[in-house]
Design a protein around this ligand. Structure first.
Ligand SMILES: C=CC1=C(C)c2cc3[nH]c(cc4nc(cc5[nH]c(cc1n2)c(C)c5CCC(=O)O)C(CCC(=O)O)=C4C)c(C)c3C=C
Ligand SMILES: [Fe+2]
Length: 421
């Protein structure tokens, strides 16, 4: 077990890196110097493609936001234990950052950064399989700031999401002090990273929930193809392009007044949205396409063109009825209908077997990134919840909002500028 906490939970006190490296539950196990050396060691040349492909952990943004979606993901939230304080939280984030750096290079995470009492370091389950574009992306729930004694630093945009009509949320599968999104193009690499993150949280934070998702494997020769969700729709067509600077400003926190720890960060909404697939699958194709406003085969809008042709929301049929229905999903969700609301939707499908009633427990792990949820997700979901034709076949079962700090520089750790102020 870790030694006693270095301060009472919530107590605010100056925190130097030296103090951090001596913090309980970390320094005792690792020895600060060895760990710092490990965090600054530079990566070997990145191999390219498939299992050997790497996405650097360090950079101006955390990896896993703008990078094309990998095929496997675990989304997990953690709650701190009773003894947590700012120093212990910083030590955990240093452990996690060190592990993330190593895992994303395909290197083992050795015993030397394990907290005392945690289970054995690495069973080798993913040996030789990765890093397969592994990314680990860390975030904080609103409760994080209270738990570490930094309530005054909690961003206003991290206010709880409003209640939406017809939400059927399970609190045990939402929120949490800490969040991690782990994604990779190999399922063993992905699970190994989750198990490592859990191991390194030992004595400090407990897993609150985990949700696991998947999408189609990349098609050779096609770059970042739109994926099909479990309703059979091409999903992601109208996403903002991370290559577009104006769009990036709506995905990442780039405002000059943002606190340093948040610069280049983002806010992520995570929702478990079950699909009533047994019902949906029996509907005539025309009805399914009307509910969305796009054709199933190629994702083109019902007003014509190809997948990336802009929908004509003013077009009417000869009888005066709009070609894209008043309650079609893409009409209600469009930025133009929601004050310009923009978000990068980057979710995964899930299948968790059958429910007690024999229907599939399947749907979408909706993951949306934005610079401010109050002008991103919230207005869009408010509109969708009032009458989206697709919504009849969906049940929102879990919901979370996390703030995701900016990127990590070599030798640093996630949210260092917040935790060492
Ligand atoms: C609040 C935000 C949104 C939720 C929740 C949401 C759920 C959801 N969406 C689909 C399938 C599709 N959505 C599509 C487009 C689309 N969806 C949103 C927002 C939410 N969706 C936006 C902003 C847009 C883009 C609108 C536009 O500008 O045209 C599409 C069309 C293809 C695409 O652009 O991605 C599909 C398909 C499901 C199945 C779902 C819940 C499970
Ligand atoms: Fe959508």
């Amino acid at each position: 077990m870790p030694t006693e906490a270095s301060g009472a939970p919530g107590r605010r006190r100056p925190l130097t890196r030296r103090a951090l490296l001596g913090a309980a539950g970390f320094g005792a196990a690792a020895g600060g110097g060895a760990l710092v050396a490990a965090t600054v060691r530079e990566s070997p040349a990145a191999p390219s493609g498939g299992a050997r492909a790497t996405v650097p952990f360090h950079g101006p943004q955390q990896a896993g936001i703008l990078h094309p979606r990998q095929t496997h993901a675990h989304l997990a939230a953690f709650d701190f234990g009773a003894r947590t304080d700012r120093g212990r939280a910083a030590a955990l984030l240093l452990r996690w950052s060190t592990a993330a750096q190593r895992l994303t290079r395909g290197e083992p995470v050795g015993e030397e950064i394990s907290p005392p009492g945690s289970r054995a370091a690495d069973t080798g389950v993913a040996l030789g399989a990765g890093p397969a574009s592994l990314t680990l992306t860390f975030g904080f729930g609103a409760s994080f700031f209270d738990r570490v004694g930094l309530a005054a630093a909690r961003p206003e945009a991290l206010a709880p999401l409003p209640a939406f009509p017809d939400d059927r949320l399970d609190p045990a599968r939402g929120d949490g002090d800490l969040f991690v999104q782990i994604a990779a193009d190999d399922p063993l690499v992905c699970l190994h990273a989750l198990r490592t993150v859990q191991r390194l949280a030992h004595g400090e934070a407990k897993t609150r929930w985990v949700m696991s998702g998947f999408t189609t494997a990349p098609v050779p020769g096609r770059t970042a193809p739109t994926h099909r969700n479990l309703m059979g729709q091409l999903d992601g067509t109208a996403n903002p392009s991370p290559a577009d600077a104006a769009a990036r400003d709506r995905i990442l926190v780039t405002a000059p007044g943002a606190p340093p720890w948040l610069a280049g960060g983002s806010y992520v909404v995570v929702r478990r949205i079950r699909m009533l697939l047994d019902h949906w699958d029996t509907l005539p194709q025309e009805h399914r396409e009307q509910a969305l406003g796009r054709r199933a085969a190629d994702g083109s809008p019902l007003t014509g063109g190809g997948e990336h042709t802009a929908p004509d929301l003013t077009a009417n049929r000869p009888d005066g009825v709009p070609v894209i229905a008043h309650n079609a999903h893409i009409r209600l969700a469009a930025p133009g209908a929601n004050g310009g609301a923009t978000m990068l939707r980057r979710g995964w499908s899930y299948y968790d077997g059958l429910r007690a009633d024999g229907t599939p427990d399947a749907g979408m792990l909706f993951v949306a990134w934005q610079s401010d949820p109050r002008t991103g997700f919230v207005p869009v979901q408010q509109r969708l919840a009032r009458g989206d034709a697709l919504g009849r076949y969906l049940v929102h079962e879990a919901s979370s909002l996390f703030v995701v700090p900016g990127g990590v520089r070599p030798g640093g750790y996630v949210a260092q500028a917040l935790l060492e102020i």
